[in-house]
Design a protein around this ligand. Structure first.
Ligand code: ADP
Ligand code: MG
Length: 681
């Protein structure tokens, strides 16, 4: 068995299990080993019955009486019993576990571990695991790994496979130079792997975790270092001068630029006319007006005779940019070209030809702009919109096209300083702090499903006033298929509720890009009143006439994502509203949603999110896939991040090259994925 071998080489894994593992992206033995637990089950000391609380998981040691088979109620078999300890009594309930009846003997003590549920005044413990006391005490000093599962894949199956796979822990390449490892107290990879899955104690687990986090951040640091090498202070070949065009455009806009927008553009102009290559990040909250800054920069570039490109993370967004920019540039005698993945091969070929012949001045596209075949004439400016959606590698690739072009990246993600330094260490940063003056603060509410009819009524009124609304459905489960169905069902129901007067449209990930574009176009031109969608509208979509964002099952989304979704409204002068509708009313969920209710400020929200999750939440919740590290958490592990960054930059060039070489040459496929994994930063 080797790291790159299929998980099927592990004893006990057949075709079926292999398929299940594939669903959680575990294909090889190496990948399995880096499938880290999301938490650990700890076998804590039993508590007194009078201390159990609704919603918690409790462990009690109690004497059993009154074991009862309650027969079958609506096809569910119910077994109950009473459990006593000196402090009180509680009822235990099991659904569809008839054998429990034979396991429990009245008058005996057992240890139960289960979820406390309150119905009315009565507390009961549901689906408790039953342990004999001696068994439990044996487990008590260990931490058992709990993995993220998918339907059919049990924790037990993963644990069993993991035990076998770990025999290969030794084969994992050690990427950290030993000097670095010693200086920063990092465990050897094989020990860290062993301990992260089957820790001897909480202490060793934390040490292992820190080591793996360090390695991950360190490699990322070295990787970025290699990527940005040689870009610092490069001379620009493009000769760009201020020809007054941008001032002209500013004068023609229907609004006045905000202070932040003006400053950002002034900086850009200074960079681009300085003779050095620009590398600048414009960071501004959703709705702060970053697009116009990009337009001005492109105008400056193109009116000097060079090509400028802007890359958006989705086709919907690229399309939107194209239709909003096309007319503007036309007035200045400049041509726009749209390039997206859904274009036919013939269309693409023609577009390539026009771009190469400089028949296009402004090129707007998705990641298709990386196509090897695409050649620019004299590309002098590359812009990435919604930077956090792209890989660093991709950003670099585009940067390498043409003549060492100026780089401008735009992002709305509030990231901590340490990470910003790491990601954009070689960049200058412009902050667009304020929103345009004409904006009214979005009004928020956090409500339960019983409010739904009221919400619909409210939306109908807004539509009557000429406004538009979004409704976000959550994914029902991971598969995109059911995702689409869910949206389809929901919008059909909504159309029925509203009748013919209101036009409901839908958008989801399963639709073809062209279909999506048509729907988005209809929505932006007002031919659709209410758009039911998945989170595909999350990024960048700009329909200023939309004033209501209703998010179903809001408790299932991360705060950052909810903030992005909310950012789809409040983009014009109309009062806008965001309705966060929870499906599950837990204290946690309410607390989280209340943060959004009380603030519209992305940076504040990110900070509160961090506080809420706190160090108690061992591995943190990943930022809804936005900043994806396998084990590191950029918020909670920011001290490790700082150290790892330091370590990556202490290396000599030769040492750094050596680490990169190991990364690329490693026989562990898992490592190649490492680079791809950052595709969303
Ligand atoms: P984001 O920063 O989220 O990318 P956009 O650039 O899409 O925001 O801008 C959101 C909306 O605000 C657009 O409709 C845009 O035309 C408008 N806008 C941009 N700047 C201003 C401004 N200074 N005053 C008023 N409206 C503005
Ligand atoms: Mg934008």
């Amino acid at each position: 068995m080797q790291l790159n071998d299929s998980v099927k080489t592990i004893k006990g894994i057949g075709d079926k299990l292999q398929e299940l593992f594939a669903k959680v992206s575990v294909n090889s033995v190496g990948e399995l080993m880096t499938y880290y637990p999301v938490r650990y089950e700890d076998y804590k000391l039993p508590q007194d019955i009078n201390t159990v609380r609704d919603g918690e998981t409790c462990v009690i040691c109690a004497c059993v009486s009154n074991v009862k088979d309650n027969g079958t109620k609506s096809r569910i078999k119910v077994i109950t019993c009473k459990a006593n300890d000196p402090t009180g009594e509680v009822e235990l309930v099991w659904f569809n576990q008839p054998y429990v009846k034979y396991e429990l003997k009245a008058g005996y003590h057992y240890i139960f571990r289960g979820k406390v549920v309150q119905k009315g005044k009565k507390l009961s413990v549901e689906q408790a695991k039953i342990y004999r006391r001696e068994d439990y005490f044996k487990l008590q000093n260990s931490l058992q790994p709990v993995y993220s599962l998918t339907k059919g894949l049990t924790n037990n199956a993963i644990t069993k496979a993991m035990k076998q796979a770990l025999v290969l822990a030794e084969d994992f390449p050690e990427y950290l130079p030993s000097a670095t490892r010693k200086k920063y107290d990092v465990l050897k990879k094989k020990h860290a792997l062993q301990e992260i899955h089957f820790p001897k104690s909480e202490e060793t687990m934390l040490e292992a975790r820190r080591s793996l986090v360090f390695e991950e951040f360190f490699l990322f640091g070295v990787f970025l270092r290699a990527m940005s090498k040689g870009r610092e202070c490069a001379k620009s070949e493009a000769v760009i001068t201020d020809n007054g065009m941008c001032e002209k455009l500013m004068g023609e806009l229907p609004f006045k630029l905000t202070k932040g927008q003006l400053e950002a553009f002034e900086n850009i102009k200074k960079d681009m006319t300085s003779g050095n290559v620009m590398a600048r990040l414009v960071q501004g909250d959703v709705g702060s007006g970053k697009t116009i800054i990009a337009v001005l920069a492109m105008l400056l570039c193109a009116s000097n005779g060079y090509q400028a490109a802007i890359m958006a993370p989705t086709e919907v967004l690229a399309e939107q940019h194209y239709s909003s920019m096309y007319g503007v540039f036309k007035r200045y005698g400049l041509k726009c070209e749209l390039l997206t993945g859904s274009m036919t091969a013939k269309e693409k070929k023609e577009a390539y030809a026009r771009i190469a012949a400089h028949e296009a001045d402004i090129i707007i596209g998705t990641h298709t702009l990386f196509q090897e075949k695409l050649e620019f004439d004299n590309l002098a400016l590359c812009i990435t919109d919604e930077q956090h959606r792209f890989g660093v590698k991709q950003r670099e690739k585009l940067g390498k096209k043409g003549m060492n072009p100026h780089i401008l990246v735009m992002s709305a993600t509030p990231i901590p300083r340490t990470l910003a330094m790491m990601l954009y260490g070689d960049m200058d940063i412009s902050l667009v702090k304020e929103l345009p003056a004409d904006r009214l603060a979005i009004k928020n509410c956090v409500v339960g499903p019983e409010y739904r009819p009221t919400a619909y009524k409210f939306m109908a009124e807004q539509v009557k006033q000429g406004r538009q609304c979004y409704v976000i459905c959550p994914m029902v489960d991971e598969t995109e298929e059911s995702d689409g169905e869910n949206v389809t069902d929901y919008s059909a129901r909504l159309q029925e509720t509203f009748g013919d007067e209101i036009r409901v449209g839908m958008l989801h990930g399963k639709m073809k890009p062209t279909e999506k574009n048509i729907i988005m176009h209809k929505f932006s031109t007002g031919e659709i009143d209410i758009l039911v969608s998945t989170t595909v509208v999350e990024v960048g979509v700009n329909v200023p006439n939309a004033t209501v964002m209703m998010i179903e099952n809001a408790d299932r989304f991360g705060l950052a994502q909810l903030h992005q979704l909310r950012g789809r409204v409040g983009r014009g002068a109309y009062q806008s509203y965001c309705i966060f509708m929870y499906g599950n009313k837990s204290d946690d969920a309410l607390e989280r949603l209340n943060i959004l209710k009380t603030s519209n400020d992305g940076f504040y929200i990110a900070n509160e999110d961090l506080k809420l999750r706190g160090p108690g939440d061992l591995f943190g919740i990943r930022q809804s896939g936005e900043l994806y590290f396998k084990i590191g958490d950029i918020y909670n592990d920011s001290d490790v991040l700082t150290k790892a960054y330091e370590a990556a930059h202490e290396l000599t060039d030769k040492e750094a090259d050596e680490v990169m070489r190991k990364l690329y040459e490693s026989s562990a496929k898992e490592v190649f994925k490492f680079l791809e994994n950052y595709a969303t930063i």
